[in-house]
Design a protein around this ligand. Structure first.
Ligand code: MSP
Length: 512
């Protein structure tokens, strides 16, 4: 069986510096990428920046900069964020790179040769902020300003010569494609939204602009630049060295396993993108997952609303891993999620410092005092031991399925339950009272070590650094982590020495 897994984040507009919503998309993608790697898959994980179009051109003009230098500067902040977030991405693509331009031009060429493109005139509404065309019934007026009902952003009237993609012809094939691939769009509520939108009829799509120049030129008509979404979506192919379809990367990883995106850009990924690909005779991605928004109060966190929690500030104050854990746990994946500094602090204190950190400290501290930091030399599992150990084996298939269905919360709930169970086990078994019964004492300690190992492996995709710190107890490093090994509970070699562990998470002092 081929075990290749290709996951992408949206490529971010470098129009302003990154915020929590961007960090969220990236952290989730990293979680899946890391999980599939420790499951033995070959993973290709892509992120990057979306640098062309009117939105970026205007942002650069506002700063009095040429668009390329402007992009260089802000794209770097996204690149730096990928390091700060400890993303395990295999590539970082910028749409101003030559490899990308080549790929977009080729895709255009194919669509043109296949007679999927024609020249006409566009007159209608356009939102520069969304880089999207809206029909009359998607617009309303508030205080004399025309606004998109869908995104709430301002629209302006555009009237110019434009190339069109014959999207209307793809209505039926798309509906068939959704029907044949019921898990193409997830979660299901978003799939239903998309299907009803497509059923209501598709108009041909304007795919070039003439009134500005910041973009990739239409190969056959240099007065036009290619519509930024056709340009941007193609990044998923360019990173695999498309148009060289014999390239190893392309062969191994296309079609993508999953494009992870925010719900606001679903239309582009679930309608336009598969239509372009089907028209070019290329296979569409296997899945598009539209996650919800990170909210602050009841509103989407966004620069224009001024309600940003800066990921860098949060990381500087609390550390990266707590933020990663908190975002994954707090947001019911697929839905919008409200986050706050206070809830983050509570989460650090309860789940991380009290539950996970404390378990590691107590068990290793006890083994240091009583077994001189060695794995016990004998053990004999009784029912109470098997109960806490076997659950990993019994639940394993469900856990894998939860990941493959992007049911992150199931996975996190399982970890939380097992952390609770492991602490309870150690308390209830009272090893400090069993010093006379050496076999029982050793068994309790062996079980406790195994539980720490299993939980730490499960935590690896969520909090890679903290997990690796904990796994150092057993000298398990990055390359040796294997999720399948949580099924097993006799992995520790008797009498082998283990390592001490420093404090994993500091408790946050609260005044109240
Ligand atoms: N450049 C396009 C994507 C092109 S992909 C071929 C774009 N960029 S963006 O920078 O505006 O947004 C990137 C992603 O961040 C989107 O998936 C968007 O949903 C996500 N988020 C932006 N704000 C967000 C929140 N407040 N919460 C969660 N994610 C949100 O769109």
């Amino acid at each position: 069986m081929i075990k290749n897994f290709y996951i992408t984040t949206p490529i971010y507009y470098p129009s302003a510096k990154p915020h929590m919503g961007h960090a969220y998309s990236s952290i989730i993608a990293d979680f899946f990428a890391r999980f599939k790697r420790i499951q033995g898959y070959n993973v290709f994980f892509l992120t990057g920046t979306d640098e062309h179009g009117q939105k970026i051109q205007r942002a650069a003009e506002k700063k009095g900069m040429d668009p390329k230098s402007f992009c260089d500067e802000i794209s770097k902040t996204f690149f730096d964020l990928s390091k700060t977030l400890n993303l395990s991405n295999d590539d970082f693509i910028r749409t101003t790179e030559h490899r990308h331009k080549k790929s977009v031009e080729k895709l255009w060429d194919i669509l043109e040769k296949k007679n999927e493109i024609y020249l006409s005139k566009y007159s209608g509404w356009y939102s520069v902020s969304d880089e999207a065309f809206y029909s009359e019934d998607e617009i309303h007026e508030i205080d004399n300003i025309k606004i998109s009902k869908i995104s709430g952003s301002k629209v302006e009237w555009v009237e110019e010569e434009s190339f069109f993609f014959k999207l209307s012809q793809w209505q039926k094939p798309l509906l068939k494609f959704y029907n044949d691939n019921p898990n193409f769009i997830l979660p299901e509520s978003r799939r239903n939204e998309v299907i009803s939108f497509v059923k209501s009829g598709l108009k041909d799509l304007s795919i070039s602009r003439k009134s500005f120049s910041w973009g990739i030129k239409v190969p056959s008509n240099k007065d036009h630049v290619i519509y930024v979404w056709l340009d941007a979506l193609t990044n998923y192919l360019s990173a695999l060295n498309y148009p060289d379809t014999n390239d190893k990367l392309y062969k191994s990883y296309w079609p993508a396993t999953i494009h992870l995106i925010g719900k606001d850009i679903l239309r582009f990924h679930a309608i336009y993108w598969p239509a372009f690909l089907l028209a070019a005779n290329l296979p569409p991605p296997k899945r598009v997952y539209g996650h919800g928004w990170i909210l602050s109060g009841d509103e989407k966190m966004s620069k224009s609303k001024g309600n940003i929690l800066d990921p860098i500030e949060i990381i500087n104050t609390y550390g990266l891993d707590p933020l990663r854990y908190y975002l994954l746990k707090e947001v019911s994946f697929g839905n919008d999620g409200n986050i706050s500094q206070e809830k983050l602090e509570n989460c650090i204190n309860s789940d991380l410092a009290n539950n996970y950190g404390n378990l590691c400290q107590r068990v290793i501290g006890f083994i240091e005092k009583n077994l001189n930091l060695n794995v016990p030399e004998n053990y004999n599992f009784i029912d109470e031991d098997k109960k806490v150990l076997d659950i990993y084996k019994n639940e394993f298939d469900k856990l894998i399925m939860s990941i493959d269905n992007q049911n992150i919360n199931y996975y996190l709930n399982f970890i939380q339950d097992q952390l609770f169970a492991a602490n309870k086990y150690f308390n209830d078994q009272e090893p400090w009272k069993k010093k006379e019964d050496v076999l029982r004492l050793n068994t309790i300690l062996y079980v406790s070590l195994e539980l720490i190992r299993k939980i730490s492996i499960m935590l690896y995709p969520i909090m890679p650094d903290s997990s690796l710190k904990a796994l150092k107890i057993f000298n398990i490093n990055n390359d040796k982590i294997n999720i399948n090994s949580i099924k097993d509970h006799e992995t520790l070699i008797k009498k082998q020495s283990i390592n001490k562990i420093s404090i994993l998470f500091k408790k946050i002092e609260k005044n109240d």
